[in-house]
Design a binder for this molecule. Structure first.
Ligand code: CAA
Length: 380
């Protein structure tokens, strides 16, 4: 098995790393401190082709593969995890289901502006009473002429305050359970949509989330994504891709924590020697790098499984589970290596620690990933 990157992938990493180091990383602390949505970086990511990495060129994307997506996500997230998740949601939770389920007319209308970065997207599955239990949808779409009238409240919607376009999940037949869920693609600037206040969060403070409320929103037949009753499959298949994005975001946070801690341990001196020369600290750094590499391999394996064109729920869940828990362990260790300096905002590691937590929660908690892996195991 050859694990070397292709020349195209190497070139992409160089390009994204240069952008991340020059433009994203210097802004990260300020974005976090002021909970500022980084519009200028989102616009730059559009120009660089990072908002629709896997979308075919004819629909405004970069036409690259899932490995390229992981590589780019890791670079951006190592510099700023908030900027990383804005990019991830647009790529894998919005562009991906449009590539997979939209008609030609829908791709031309909705996908092209999202993939080229002219518009921003969000994914509206979660509700106040439907987080982990995604099938418990209360948002309803009731037939009205040739379309539907939609009412309901979506919760914790990443990019919710800024998004122009959303993938929306509704209940069209409550008696049918998860087979009664139907997906739509919606214009969030149309009448019948309001957005709540942005959530005040522990971490990823530059990525805004909010409620999005639908009251008498009219969706035309051309907004139906997939078939009536097929929405749960649309959501789950989208999350198979999204979880690769979050694994890559976690990988970026983990790498930032490891590199920052290693650099600090090489210059900081205690008891007459460098921190890294104390065996307890050296071993901690050795474990950190080993776990980081293991998380990267699992994430790239999930991307390779997606590239092979088969269902990759198990690989995606394993990558997301392991990478997110690695990011949390490494961010915690990075604080420990920094000692008192790790606890103050002059050093970035406390931000990595706060940013890492969400990767164990959104796009399915660690417990949900274990459920998906265990369910797949039973099928084998
Ligand atoms: N692809 C295609 N179909 C799938 C699928 C997949 N990956 N996973 C399940 N399905 C299908 C099943 O085959 C089954 O089909 P039938 O209709 O033929 O029965 C159907 O879906 C139901 O499957 P399950 O019985 O496994 O469903 P469940 O109700 O037990 O739930 C779950 C499964 C894994 C717990 C699911 O509810 C889940 O993933 N929950 C977590 C939700 C989540 O991740 N939310 C994230 C919100 S988005 C977000 O966080 C974005 C952000 O902020 C950045």
């Amino acid at each position: 098995m050859d694990l070397t990157l292709s020349e195209e992938h190497e070139a992409l990493v160089r390009m994204v790393r240069e952008f991340a180091v020059r433009e994203v990383k210097p802004a990260a602390a300020e974005i976090d401190r002021h909970s500022r949505f980084p519009s200028e970086l989102v616009a730059r990511m559009g120009e660089l082709g990072l908002m629709g990495i896997e979308v075919p060129v004819e629909y405004g994307g970069s036409g690259l593969d899932p490995i390229a997506y992981v590589l780019a996500m890791e670079e951006v997230s190592a510099a700023c995890a908030s900027t990383g998740v804005i990019m991830s949601v647009n790529n894998s939770l919005v562009c991906d289901p449009l590539v997979k389920f939209a008609t030609e007319a829908q791709k031309t209308r909705w996908l092209e502006p999202l993939a080229s970065g002219r518009k921003l997207g969000c994914f509206m599955l979660s509700e106040p009473e439907a987080g982990s239990d995604a099938a418990a949808q209360r948002t309803v779409a009731v037939p009205d002429g040739d379309g539907w009238i939609i009412d309901g409240t979506k919760n914790w919607i990443t990019n919710g305050p800024q998004a122009d376009t959303g993938i929306l999940f509704t209940m069209t037949d409550r008696a049918a359970g998860h087979r009664g869920i139907t997906a739509f693609v919606v214009d969030l600037n149309a009448p019948g949509v309001t957005r709540g206040h942005k959530d005040d969060k522990l971490g990823i403070r530059g990525s805004h989330s909010s409620q999005v409320v639908f009251e008498g929103y009219r969706a035309g037949p051309e907004q139906l994504l997939g078939k009536v009753g097929e929405g749960f499959r649309v959501a789950m298949s989208t999350l198979d891709c999204g979880r690769i994005g979050i694994a890559a975001q976690a990988l970026g946070i983990a790498r930032a924590a490891f590199e920052t801690a290693a650099a600090y341990a090489c210059v900081r001196r205690t008891f007459g020697k460098r921190v890294i020369d104390h065996q307890a600290m050296g071993f901690m750094l050795a474990d950190m790098e080993t776990e980081l590499e293991a998380a990267r391999l699992l994430t790239l394996r999930a991307a390779a499984a997606k590239m092979a064109g088969r269902r990759h729920s198990r690989e995606s869940s394993m990558a997301k589970l392991y990478a997110s828990e690695t990011a949390n362990r490494l961010a915690k260790a990075a604080i420990q290596i920094h000692g008192g300096n790790g606890y103050v905002t002059e050093f970035p590691v406390e931000r990595f620690y706060r940013d890492a937590k969400i990767t164990e929660i959104y796009e399915g908690t660690s417990e949900i990933q274990r459920l998906v892996i265990a369910a797949d195991l039973l099928k084998a």
